[in-house]
Design a protein around this ligand. Structure first.
Ligand code: 4AD
Ligand code: MG
Length: 447
């Protein structure tokens, strides 16, 4: 008698050789079709998709009857034998039901209906983006969303893995903050028992305190910006990882940031080929992400824009169109340093001629634009105070931050990497809204 393996997932079948084994799977019906006397059911269990074959000769009549009436998203438990089937590959013609089968299928012996679903709203036909966003709580079950959010998980894990290996400590910054980090224009205001507080735009000022206490730290969490921009790159709530390092310079953090990005890409290639295939991602573009990345100054980036015939005034900040042009010109991430001080926040350290700052932005290739922003920080008390006065920063609220330059100040630097922008680039999405389970956008916050 064959041993039946219970408690396994489709992922287990894909990763371990379970051919000719009898297994039990539980999951949701993705699709059903008939071909003569055979029923083909596609099952999804949250870890993948597999085809189940129900043949008259192998099962009782009762099972056939259940199979006959199965509806999309009904829940079943199924027992059967795993067999190899190399013909089961991606079918481009089934748009919403793009499924990469895993090269295996199951010959069904028994089938139980655990829950009958009726009238599931997301059907195999094409749906508009508004309908899908209204149904985001269900849309996340679709194959592409499944692939994207699993890659997001790898990206987040690989970041923690990388920073742990480099000796960083996770240092949690607060979400409710009394003052701004990146300027006051994009703050969400909160009533804090009669006082004004804000949702955090960045944990940076707090990780700077952390770096002077623990040397290498990072915070990793949601960040909030009331940005009235309706671009494919902006969310109101997005996730950011922010490493901050004592005794580090601009060059040091450039090294860490590019090592981290190349580590992330290598981990996605190692763990998520299946998901990249579902997304029809050109994998060679990711395999090309090898160190070192390209590095230019703001000045050189402006010259590049001009050489491409793009009108741009020196001294302005790059917007989405400029970022796209620059990042399309490179096949690897591109590091841009030394922006004019007038377009960057008060905390960035000035270079010798005091016109530019010791900062860097990293733009992803293929037109994706900025994924990282960072800088060396102004560590001199008097210079920082001067910059804050120039920018009309209310000094009282930042007394604690100035303290860091009063008691054991050292040069230090750090950066922030946006998770959704990184996911968008690696998955080649047309909008960041698909890179997070429940996107918060201008005028859209349901569900
Ligand atoms: O360049 P930013 O504004 O840098 C900071 O917040 C620094 N305080 C970070 C630091 O040095 N610790 O934001 C960093 C990154 C951007 O490069 C981008 O990837 C992402 O955060 N980001 C957004 N992602 C989605 N939607 C938005 N509205 C974003 N704004 C920034
Ligand atoms: Mg930035």
């Amino acid at each position: 008698m064959l041993e039946v393996i219970n408690n396994i997932t489709i992922d287990d079948i894909r990763k371990n050789n379970l051919v000719n084994k009898e297994v039990i799977l539980r999951g949701w019906v993705w699709n059903v079709r008939s071909s003569g006397k055979i029923k083909f059911i596609v099952l999804r269990d949250g870890t993948g998709f597999i085809q189940l074959v129900v043949e008259k000769n192998n099962v009782d009549n009762a099972v056939l009857e259940i199979a006959e009436k199965l509806t999309q998203e009904s829940v079943i438990e199924v027992r059967g034998i795993v067999v190899e089937n190399s013909r089961l590959k991606f079918d481009k013609n089934k748009s919403n039901f793009n499924v990469v089968f895993i090269g295996y299928e199951m010959i069904v012996k028994d089938l139980k209906l655990l829950y009958k679903t009726q009238d599931y709203p997301i059907t195999p036909k094409e749906h508009g983006i508004d309908f899908l966003l209204d149904n985001r709580h269900l849309w996340i079950r679709s194959s592409k969303q499944f692939a994207i959010l699993r890659i997001r998980n790898t990206i987040k894990n690989s970041i923690r893995e990388f920073l742990n290996k480099e000796g960083f400590i996770e240092f949690d910054s607060p979400i409710l903050t009394p003052s701004a980090c990146e300027g006051t224009t994009t703050l969400f205001e909160i009533d804090y028992f009669g006082d004004k507080m804000y949702l955090s735009q960045s944990g940076q000022l707090y990780v700077e305190a952390g770096a002077l206490a623990f040397n290498k730290v990072y915070c990793f969490g949601p960040t909030f910006r009331a940005e009235k921009s309706k671009t494919r790159r902006h969310l109101m709530e997005f996730w950011m990882v922010e490493p901050e390092i004592a005794f580090a310079t601009l060059d040091d953090i450039i090294d860490i940031a590019q090592n981290m990005i190349s580590y992330i890409v290598s981990k996605v290639l190692e763990n998520n080929l299946y998901e990249l295939l579902i997304l029809e991602r050109d994998i060679s573009k990711l395999e090309n992400i090898k160190l070192p990345f390209y590095r230019i100054t703001y000045k050189e980036a402006v010259e590049l824009l001009h050489s491409k015939g793009h009108e741009f005034e020196f001294g302005q900040d790059f917007g989405a169109p400029e970022e796209t042009i620059i990042s399309e010109a490179f096949d690897k991430p591109i590091i841009i340093t030394h922006y004019p001080k007038s377009i960057k926040p008060f905390y960035m350290k000035l270079d010798e001629n005091r016109e530019f700052v010791l900062n860097m932005d990293i733009l992803a290739p293929e037109g994706y634009g900025e994924i990282v922003g960072g800088s060396q920080r102004e560590d001199d008390y008097d210079l920082l105070l001067m910059r804050m006065k120039e920018e009309n920063i209310p000094l009282k609220e930042y007394q604690w931050y100035l303290d860091l330059r009063k008691y054991g100040s050292v040069k230090h630097a750090g950066f922030g990497l946006g998770i959704e922008r990184t996911v968008s680039w690696i998955c080649k999405l047309d909008h960041v809204r698909q890179a997070i389970p429940f996107p918060r956008m201008l005028y859209r916050y349901y569900p």
